[in-house]
Write a protein that binds this ligand. Structure first.
Ligand code: BES
Ligand code: MN
Ligand code: ZN
Length: 497
């Protein structure tokens, strides 16, 4: 979709469709909708008076202007109650409007943007466009039939009235573009099947991002990882014919900026390995690289936003399959940290590859480590598919993640990592087992990871629930969601040492 910002009055702007918003009646029309209404001899207010448009949240009403002013159509979209309005409602409403416009087959539309209430023009422009772009996302790469029926909006013009309004609108548009592009990238990677999105393809993508943005990229194959001592990553990777890749991407290397390490679980397919999963719903396990996808997408966005940070993105990528060479329950692995792990279940593979990735991140002496992983089914049981599980060893870092979560409306909830939980991971033959009990499964996964970050401030995001969803939400279509990307970008934008 092409996005432009132009200067004009709403009621003067010629376009196929003009998008206007209204709060729930009996609130008065405000901003551009009010100006259009008076140009239109009170047409919209009489519609509202007669009860034909109520302004309910996401209510959409298409109107024909019949030459009353230059726009050919108007789409009136409801915002609900004014005192309940916030930027998340705004994202949802713009997304619903976008879907309506797309499904109506309208290819070009304009939206007259105006500051209202306590919101800045920049944040209104940003949230509007983020909601719109994320809401009209589609994954059609593999559909070959009826392609002519696929509908897409080709152009959206944000119309600002005065010269002073142009700049904040353009700023908001710039951020929304970068963020949405990153979320699209993560969604495409998660929706892509595991026979396409292999570890090799993830490594190539990382190489492309590095090339486009002047980053440093290193890709270690399984042999190199073995020579470096990554016994846990290698054990998982050995069970597949598809070569595993340990991917390291670096942005702003050697500039003396604060270092933040982002670590993402990159299991491109999780069959469970020898501890094989039940086949029902196993196809979902192509999303087990959602953490790595989020890290890669965030790195790209950080570069495009020119964030003054040294970022290290670490993405251990492999399949988890049963095979003659696969690792087995009872095996004892030596991790990069030197600590040993007794394998109880080969299906608890995420924490194994992450343990080596977390240890590897320590060599950059980061100020903070954030890992994202579709780590446990237990987290889905605990929090559902709407909410990320937060875990951490540093209260102030957890607080910053919570702030970014609130701002981005990527919901999360903190769970504890108390010492008592570690008892479940004690092994008779090694330093730890890779599995505890079923009870508190998400926490035990977090406790396991905590043993590999030493004293560095660290937060673990268990995105097993929100990484992909079966039922669409206002600006998140069903399928891969890009969970964590907007939260991470917000966290990095607000970074202070
Ligand atoms: N990738 C799964 C976690 C998962 C499950 C994500 C369901 C999304 C939906 C992970 O590798 C896994 O299999 N975890 C096990 C851990 C257990 C063996 C301790 C689980 O959750 O059952
Ligand atoms: Mn697993
Ligand atoms: Zn997994």
């Amino acid at each position: 979709m092409e996005i432009r910002v132009e200067r004009e009055k709403a009621e003067k702007y010629p376009c196929e469709l003009l998008l206007l918003f209204s709060f729930e009646s009996p609130e008065e029309l405000f901003g551009p909708a009010r100006n259009v209404d008076s140009e239109w001899k009170g047409f919209i207010s009489s519609l509202i008076k007669q009860g034909d448009f109520k302004g309910g949240f996401c209510e959409c009403q298409l109107l024909y202007t019949q030459g009353a002013f230059p726009a050919r159509r108007v789409l009136l979209t409801g915002l609900g109650k004014r005192n309940e309005f916030d930027l998340e409602k705004w994202r949802c409403a713009s997304s619903k409007a976008g879907q309506f416009i797309r499904d109506a087959g309208v290819k070009r539309f304009a939206f007259a943007i105006k500051k209202f209430d306590s919101f800045s023009l920049e944040e209104l422009a940003e949230s509007f466009l983020t909601g719109l772009l994320l809401g009209v996302y589609q994954f059609n790469e593999y559909k070959t039939l009826d392609r002519e029926k696929i509908k897409e909006i080709e152009e959206c013009v944000l119309v600002a009235e005065t010269a002073e309004e142009m700049k904040p609108v353009q700023e908001g548009v710039r951020t929304a573009r970068v963020v949405s592009k990153a979320v699209y990238m993560a969604r495409d990677l998660v929706n892509g099947p595991s026979n396409t999105v292999t570890p090799t393809v993830l490594a190539e993508k990382a190489g492309q991002v590095a090339k486009d943005h002047g980053m440093k990229v290193q890709v270690f194959d399984v042999g190199e990882a073995e020579a470096m001592g990554m016994g846990a990553f290698v054990a998982v990777a050995k069970g597949s014919q598809e070569p595993g890749k340990f991917i390291v991407l670096e942005y702003n290397e050697g500039k003396g900026l604060d270092t933040v390490a982002l670590v993402g679980k990159g299991i491109t397919f999780d069959s469970g390995g020898i501890s094989i999963k039940p086949s029902e719903r196993m196809e979902r396990m192509k999303d087990d690289m959602s953490g790595a996808a989020a890290v890669l997408a965030t790195m790209q966005a950080a570069a495009e936003l020119n964030l003054p940070l040294h970022l290290v993105g670490i993405m251990p990528a492999t399949e988890n399959l049963p095979d003659g060479k696969a690792y087995k329950p009872g095996d004892i692995l030596k991790t990069l940290s030197g600590q040993t792990v007794e394998v109880i279940s080969t299906d608890a593979e995420g924490r194994l590859i992450l343990s080596d990735a977390l240890t590897y991140s320590l060599r950059y002496q980061p100020k903070a480590i954030i890992d994202l992983a579709t780590l446990t089914g237990a987290c889905v049981i605990a929090l559902g598919d709407y909410v990320i599980g937060f875990f951490g060893n540093d209260e102030s870092l957890v607080k910053r993640i919570e702030d970014a979560s609130a701002k981005s409306s990527e919901k999360g909830w903190k769970l504890p990592l108390w010492d008592e939980y570690f008892d479940y991971l004690k092994s008779d033959v090694a330093d730890f087992r890779n599995v505890g009990t079923r009870a508190a499964g998400a926490i035990i996964g977090g406790v396991f990871l905590s043993k590999f970050v030493e004293k560095v401030p660290w937060v673990h995001l268990d995105i097993a629930g929100p990484a992909s969803i079966d039922k669409a939400r206002p600006y998140i279509p069903a399928g891969g969601t890009g969970a964590g990307v907007r939260l991470l970008i917000q966290f990095l934008m607000d970074w202070k040492s």
